[in-house]
Ligand binder design. Structure first.
Ligand SMILES: Cc1cc2nc3c(=O)[nH]c(=O)nc-3n(C[C@H](O)[C@H](O)[C@H](O)COP(=O)(O)O)c2cc1C
Length: 171
């Protein structure tokens, strides 16, 4: 995917609202597919550390690890690129700004022919696993808030995804 196209979508995300207009969100684009694979591998490595612990994911990770070992990329879905929204370590509310900005990216990307998927496993590993944090090499004082994989979509979606019925309370 051309870098210019990615920059166009990120430029839209630049207009996302942020608390107090603090604009704390910056980006790390993992452009090299080999590096995306490496990050997926480190995410699996982090998952191995959760086995037999009281971590809420501990019962679930063996399935993911086993899929990875069978060369099925359950972590980054063979996406060529990975996007990290990063924020100041000491800012308590910036994670909300990061999610808003990433949502702008998510919603704008299809108009540019880009397919996206929230990368929750990678995001969790980036929060807690030091070797992955080192690999990302974010500037000092900044931490990953969340991640999103993206690339040329393999499938075209025609339908509207099914959802639970709307639940609203009025007072
Ligand atoms: C916060 C968040 C984290 C997610 N993490 C992952 C992930 O790590 N891997 C993945 O394949 N999908 C991930 N997803 C995608 C969801 O599984 C998907 O959005 C959901 O099943 C609904 O499908 P839809 O987006 O096609 O409507 C994530 C979605 C969200 C919102």
């Amino acid at each position: 995917m051309p870098k210019e196209k990615i920059l166009e979508v990120l430029d839209i995300a630049r207009y996302a609202a942020s608390g107090g207009n603090g604009q704390p969100v910056q980006w790390l684009v993992i452009y090299d597919p080999e590096e995306v694979k490496k990050i997926a591998g480190l995410t699996i490595e982090w998952m191995r550390t959760l086995i037999n612990t009281d971590h809420p994911m501990s019962g679930y990770v063996p399935i993911l690890i086993s899929a990875w070992e069978q060369e099925y990329d359950i972590i980054c879905r063979d996406a060529p690129h990975l996007l990290f929204a990063h924020i100041p370590e000491d800012n308590q509310i910036a994670s909300v700004d990061a999610i808003i900005a990433l949502t702008h990216f998510d919603l704008s990307a299809p108009a540019f022919g880009i397919g996206t998927c929230w990368a929750g496993f990678v995001a969790a590993a980036a929060m807690f696993y030091e070797p992955l944090q080192k690999e990302l090499g974010l500037p000092a004082g900044r931490k990953s808030a969340y991640a999103m994989m993206f690339g040329n979509p393999e499938y075209k979606v025609y339908g509207i995804p099914r959802r639970k019925p709307l639940e609203v309370m009025w007072k």
